[in-house]
Design a protein around this ligand. Structure first.
Ligand SMILES: *Cc1c(COP(=O)(O)O)cnc(C)c1O
Length: 360
């Protein structure tokens, strides 16, 4: 179907699908609070519209990485509780406290930079990334108890929750329980949060007081088993030019593909500057005029070429690069599988100056 104004490069963000996913996660969290993680501009979907839609659908908290991301939510008028969990040593955490942002704290040094705020103490239970190492945990709990901050929660993050049944998750849960005992012994009465999307869907025993969901809210399933999640982002373009070429003609830089028979080629004006990885050259399909069709030759900075065989494809026809498998469209997950990465990286990488974003 040709749109009225064929788009050059556009991501459509379907907030109905996002609300559907959040409602599903709220049901699965069964009484635990749901924190909608909107770091990295909402995984490339737009932090503020995502935050508003997620709160409307039953999420009660927001999660950001940097304090700047949390402050941007406040500046947009979002008043829900927000946790910011990773900043550099020079960050002015007082500005976060003043804006009512909760601060994630992994060390005594970080704690010392928060005054009169609300903190979530993070323990490293085996991800080996942020979080306080267990040998230093008692000291951090004691310092927090003695400080003028309110300790809202203790928390940690899972390394392998997307591999259901993996013993590493149970080991992290054991260490988290031990860390909780230490916090209680220090006189704290903290809430607890541990689960990401994968654990929210697969480990109800690890929901505690709150779950922190990212990828599943955006409709991408981190687990091997099916879930009723609907992808929120679709990436579209349109046909800019078509041409008939004879057998033996080659396509794009390096002539990595040669037409085996006479065929019709459609030129689509998106390339690696628009988020189509060059590593997908000759390795992906688009949905064009009702059919999945192969992209031939190298992905260029600004364009790709689609083989349409003997079909008569109109200039201006819509091209779906990825979207919803339920509509026969290729998916961000297919791209990730071909590229040897994860769909998180695909959608987060779509925040680009030349790609417009439309909310539906
Ligand atoms: C990104 C992030 C999440 C969300 O993870 P998903 O796998 O996208 O659900 C949760 N917690 C922390 C600390 C994170 O950094």
């Amino acid at each position: 179907m040709a749109a009225h104004n064929p788009v050059r490069a556009e991501v459509e963000i379907n907030l109905d699908n996002l609300r559907h996913n959040v409602a599903l996660l709220v049901r699965r969290a069964a009484g635990a609070d749901v924190m909608a993680v909107v770091k990295a501009d909402g995984y490339g979907h737009g932090a503020v519209p995502v935050a508003r839609a997620a709160l409307a659908a039953g999420a009660t908290w927001l999660g950001s990485c940097s304090l700047a991301e949390a402050l941007a939510l406040r500046a947009a008028g979002v008043e829900a509780p927000v946790l910011a969990w990773l900043d550099t040593a020079g960050t002015d955490l007082a500005a976060g406290v003043a804006a009512g942002v909760d601060i994630g704290v992994s060390s005594v040094e970080q704690l010392a930079r928060v005054r009169g705020g609300r903190v979530h103490l993070k323990v490293d239970t085996g991800l080996g990334r942020a979080g306080c190492p267990p040998p230093l945990w008692a000291e951090l709990c004691a310092a927090a108890a003695a400080s003028d901050n309110e300790v809202h929660s203790i928390w940690s993050h899972l390394a392998r929750a997307d591999e259901p049944g993996h013993p590493a998750t149970d080991e992290q849960a054991r260490r988290f329980a031990a860390a909780h005992e230490v916090a209680l012994a220090a006189g704290l009465r903290p809430r607890r949060h541990l689960a990401n999307s994968a654990a929210t869907l697969s480990r109800p025993d690890l929901h505690f007081d709150m779950v922190r969901v990212g990828i599943a809210m955006y409709g991408l399933n981190p687990l091997p088993q099916p879930e009723d999640l609907r992808p929120v982002m679709a990436f579209r373009s349109s046909v800019a030019l078509t041409k008939r070429v004879p057998a033996g003609e080659s396509v794009s830089y390096g002539h990595t593909w040669t037409a085996p028979v006479d065929t019709t080629l459609a030129l689509v004006p998106v390339g690696y500057a628009d988020g189509v990885p060059r590593l997908l050259s000759n390795r992906f399909d688009v949905l064009l005029a009702g059919k999945r069709r192969p992209v031939r030759g190298r992905v260029c900075m600004d364009q790709v070429v689609v083989d349409c065989g003997d079909d008569d494809v109109p200039v201006g026809a819509e091209v779906v690069l990825f979207g919803d498998a339920a509509r026969g469209e290729p998916t961000a997950t297919e791209w990730a599988d071909t590229l040897g990465t994860i769909d998180y990286e695909v959608v987060t990488g779509m925040h680009r100056p030349r790609v417009s974003r439309r909310y539906a």
